[in-house]
Design a protein around this ligand. Structure first.
Ligand SMILES: [Fe+2]
Length: 304
């Protein structure tokens, strides 16, 4: 069963429990989400001027487009205003700012009709974020920057909430990826050769959920949900923002959503910042997660 709630008035503790059970929560625009959305629009519109960001792919060569993204994305990700706005969003959502950590927001682009599907506009195939060294308690928050349609959004493949999927996560190590893979992103043209965790058997895409919040609207889901970028045939580039959170209670207990099939090494927890003061997690916790070996703890793990 897949449960999607809209503007549910519950505590963060209750919401996290629901998220670890596979539920998804959708929210209407608020002052802080609207501000983040507007900030992204301003940066994108300046970067792609004189073209509108949703249409720019029809006026620029792939090389010109990649050059723009190469600056736009890191400028957005690391802008101090983004951190402030995320703190405001989490405060609006009744998160405990002392115990909730987040990482910097990503700005995603999904171009239409396979104009650009690699490198800086990598089209995400069905995956769980937990195949990429996240803790099982990671939660993902997702916002469209402009209006989206069912032909350029993201999709959840809910069959796999409680079914394992054969995958290559045992070859992925976040620390290695940071050293080698991410830096290569802007060098990728039409073909993406970077090592990614991926499904190693045909994926049963249905049943599928596609959520279409209005710009400034948002949804949150467990990083263990299998999800993908839908093939964009809308005629418009989709721009979206996502960021991740973890709560100290679950990090301490190494709990969260069930792990059905992830066996990656390394950890992303060094990226998270405390919402209250943007400080990092304590070093001993980072070391403990970095040395965690999931391969022996997953009963259904299908080796490759
Ligand atoms: Fe993802």
């Amino acid at each position: 069963m897949s449960i999607v709630s809209t503007d549910k008035n519950i505590s963060d503790d209750q919401r996290r429990q629901g998220l670890y059970d596979g539920q998804i929560y959708v929210y209407s625009p608020t002052p802080a989400t609207m501000a983040l959305c507007q900030f992204a629009r301003d940066m994108c519109e300046e970067a792609f001027a004189p073209y509108h960001p949703e249409e720019a792919q029809y006026h620029l060569s792939v090389e010109q487009y990649v050059e723009i993204l190469k600056d736009l994305k890191p400028n957005f990700i690391h802008h101090p205003k983004c951190k402030e706005l995320i703190r405001q969003i989490l405060d609006e959502k009744r998160c405990d700012l002392e115990r909730t950590y987040f990482d910097v927001p990503r700005l995603r682009t999904s171009t239409s009709d396979q104009y650009l599907t690699s490198g800086l506009a990598y089209a995400f195939k069905p995956h769980r974020d937990t195949w990429y060294s996240t803790p099982q308690c990671q939660l993902n928050w997702w916002l469209p920057v402009y209006e989206i349609q069912h032909e350029n959004c993201m999709a959840f493949h809910t069959h796999y909430w409680d079914n394992p999927l054969k995958n290559s996560s045992n070859e992925f190590n976040y620390q290695d990826w940071n050293t080698n893979g991410r830096k290569a992103a802007h060098n990728q043209g039409k073909k993406d050769n970077r090592r990614q965790s991926e499904a190693l058997e045909p994926v049963k895409l249905e049943p599928e959920i596609r959520l279409l919040p209005e710009p400034g609207g948002m949804f949150v889901f467990s990083a263990a949900h299998l999800h993908s970028s839908v093939p964009n045939i809308s005629g418009k580039t989709r721009f979206s923002i996502d960021f991740r959170t973890v709560h100290l209670d679950e990090l301490d207990a190494n709990s969260g959503a069930p792990n059905l099939d992830s066996a990656c090494m390394g950890t992303t927890i060094g990226d998270y910042l405390r919402s209250s003061d943007f400080s990092h997690l304590p070093e001993p916790m980072l070391n403990a997660y970095e040395n965690l070996d999931l391969s022996g703890s997953v009963p259904n793990l299908i080796n490759v």
